[in-house]
Ligand binder design. Structure first.
Ligand code: ZN
Length: 268
């Protein structure tokens, strides 16, 4: 056997002596290597096709992303909160994918269109209020996150004023679980919160009486028109009265007696 003949009988991939070598990609290879190489090739092609398909789906989703936002809004209005959260979160995820961002790193700077930034504000506004209802620590975490995002997408915009009013209304009528966070948010957007001024001046902000009055206002008074008119009037008239009460021990005592008997009449 000549040296050349021996060489020709060797697989150029693994070097093994083998009969029945075949050509693959300009190489003479054994049957095992041929199978392996074909498998590799197939895997590569498959992987490339899968990636291309994935990118097509992503691009298609990105084009239709507004539909997720709309579906979320509709679900929210129909009080189907699970579907709302799902669609809102899909919308945000599609945006992050579109901009090739890590989760949670979307900012207003990524948007050329003010309209879509406004949409983001609206979505975070809904998500924040949904998770305000949550009872476990995980939901509180989500709530904090969405509130932070809402502030980011709303501060120093032309629609900040609209949300200041929405916030004031929500704090007043919405009976928020995280009231103090919402008040802080309102302040961060340059707004001033309403308070139960007279009760606060008389008893202090955290007193049982103040809380009872707040609950009464939120649960009963706001239910009917006259109650709402009373509250609106009260908010205009009460700060100067509260400031007088704050300065006088006599007025504080008088106010205490009056409010306590009012609570007795209302609540019992
Ligand atoms: Zn081989």
């Amino acid at each position: 056997m000549s040296a050349t003949a021996a060489k020709q009988a060797q697989c150029e991939q693994c070097g093994a002596d083998a009969a029945g070598l075949r050509y693959l990609e300009g190489k003479r290879v054994c049957r095992d290597c041929s199978r392996l190489l074909k498998h590799e090739k197939f895997k590569e092609r498959y992987e490339a096709a899968r990636k291309a398909q994935e990118n097509r789906v992503k691009a298609e989703k990105y084009k239709r992303r507004i539909q997720f936002a709309k579906k979320g809004k509709t679900a929210f209005q129909n009080r189907d909160y699970k579907t709302a959260v799902l669609n809102y979160e899909t919308y945000i995820k599609v945006l992050e994918d579109g901009f090739e961002l890590e989760r949670g790193t979307l900012t207003p700077d990524h948007f050329e269109s003010k309209a879509e930034q406004l949409l983001m504000s609206a979505i975070y506004w809904d998500l924040m209020r949904l998770f305000d209802r949550g009872k476990n620590p995980k939901e509180k975490e989500q709530f904090d996150y969405y509130m932070m995002k809402f502030l980011l997408f709303t501060k120093n915009t032309t629609w900040q004023r609209v949300y200041r009013n929405n916030l004031r209304r929500y704090i007043r009528w919405g009976n928020p679980r995280h009231r103090s966070e919402f008040i802080q948010l309102l302040k961060n957007l340059g707004g001033r919160p309403d308070r139960c001024f007279i009760a606060t001046a008389t008893f202090g902000g955290n007193a049982l009486e103040t809380q009872l009055l707040r609950d009464y206002r939120d649960e009963r008074l706001k239910e009917f028109l006259l109650g709402r008119i009373f509250i609106e009037t009260y908010y205009v008239l009460s700060p100067p009265i509260a400031s007088l009460i704050g300065k006088s021990e006599f007025l504080k005592k008088l106010s205490r007696v009056v409010i306590k008997s009012l609570i007795k009449i209302w609540i019992h």
